[in-house]
Design a binder for this molecule. Structure first.
Ligand code: ADP
Length: 310
């Protein structure tokens, strides 16, 4: 069974803004599906319609075969949603917020309390469970949002930037929790800017730009389209004044690190340059890799930017 079917979905704000402009795709049950794209691409607009918080201008969204209606109760039971800013929780204490959401999903009070306690322990918030959500740090607030998304074990999770603002320990804990749900068959839809993080976990990904899907497939399939390219990562030694022209043509990825994407046919030329004693004396570290999902993302994003300029 398909978890979601999205058919010719349009969402327009006023006359001008086509936030979703003819989206058409489906998500299988049990998939981890990534939605990537720059700010303003239309990702949040899409997920808000998928959870019934916003009504499409035209087109249809089906959840497990049934069309979603505005403020559909079914969504509440079936979909755990972590919004980008889970505002509604501010006036509640952390544990109350999680228990209340469990009750909305149909758990009895004792069940909701038991599950909330287990989740808050798992997510590392047990010692802060009686604080007002509004007084928690940004990261802690998101963790409470995550616990509310997970309570009642909904079969589908839609998570908008789940690891934003989290420290590395919490981030790791959240990924472990999500991967455990994945192995139990939960469908996970992940909206993110973090391409590197997404690449490790998603089965398929849709790249959005300006309200449309510009590419969809497994990270492997999308990377295959860049198969004639290799990526060269170069780190310069301390004290080398600046990157020479040939590096500056690439993308700076760290204080002294550059990434260059080259056609395979230009690799020989690049190696001759690197083998030059003056150049090799400047280089601290060198790596050659296949294109990453980030390269794919930037390739499509670059095309969009060029289209904009025309
Ligand atoms: P993303 O989540 O990818 O950053 P959004 O879905 O938030 O993108 O926004 C897509 C476009 O729709 C943007 O141009 C944004 O300014 C516009 N937009 C989003 N919500 C509204 C709204 N409520 N009213 C008017 N325009 C909106």
């Amino acid at each position: 069974m398909l978890a979601f079917e999205i058919r010719d979905l349009h969402k327009t704000y006023g006359h001008e803004v086509h936030a979703n402009d003819g989206l058409d795709f489906s998500i299988e049950t049990g998939e981890v599906f990534g939605v990537l794209g720059p700010n303003g691409a239309g990702k949040s607009t899409l997920v808000q319609q998928m959870v019934g918080l916003s009504v499409p201008t035209s087109g249809e969204i089906r959840l497990r075969g049934q069309p979603i209606r505005p403020h559909d109760r079914r969504v509440r039971r079936l979909v755990g949603y972590l919004a980008q800013r889970p505002l509604a929780l501010y006036d509640l204490r952390a544990r109350e917020a999680v228990v209340a959401t469990g009750r909305l999903r149909g758990l009895s009070r004792p069940e909701a309390e038991r599950e909330a306690d287990a989740l808050l322990r798992e997510i590392g918030l047990k010692d802060r469970q009686d604080r007002l959500v509004g007084n928690l740090s940004g990261g802690e607030h998101r963790l409470v949002g995550m616990a509310t998304a997970l309570i009642g074990s909904p079969p589908v999770l839609i998570l908008d930037e789940p690891t934003n603002e989290l420290d590395p320990v919490a981030r790791r804990r959240v990924w472990d929790m999500l991967m455990r749900r994945r192995s139990e068959g939960t469908t996970i839809i992940l909206v993110t800017h973090n391409v590197l993080e997404a690449e490790r976990v998603v089965g398929r990904v849709a790249i959005m730009a300006r309200g449309r899907i510009v590419a969809i497939g497994t990270p492997g399939e999308l990377k295959e389209r860049l198969h004639a390219q290799v990526r060269l990562e170069v780190a310069l030694r301390d004290g080398v004044p600046q990157a020479e022209d040939w590096l500056a043509a690439g993308r700076q990825i760290g204080e002294r690190r550059w990434s260059l994407t080259l056609g395979r046919d230009r690799l020989g030329e690049a190696f001759r340059r690197l083998a030059d004693p003056a150049t090799s004396a400047e280089i601290d570290d060198l790596r050659i890799a296949s294109p990453s999902l980030e390269d794919v993302y930037l390739a499509y994003h670059g095309e969009e930017a060029r289209e904009d300029a025309r």
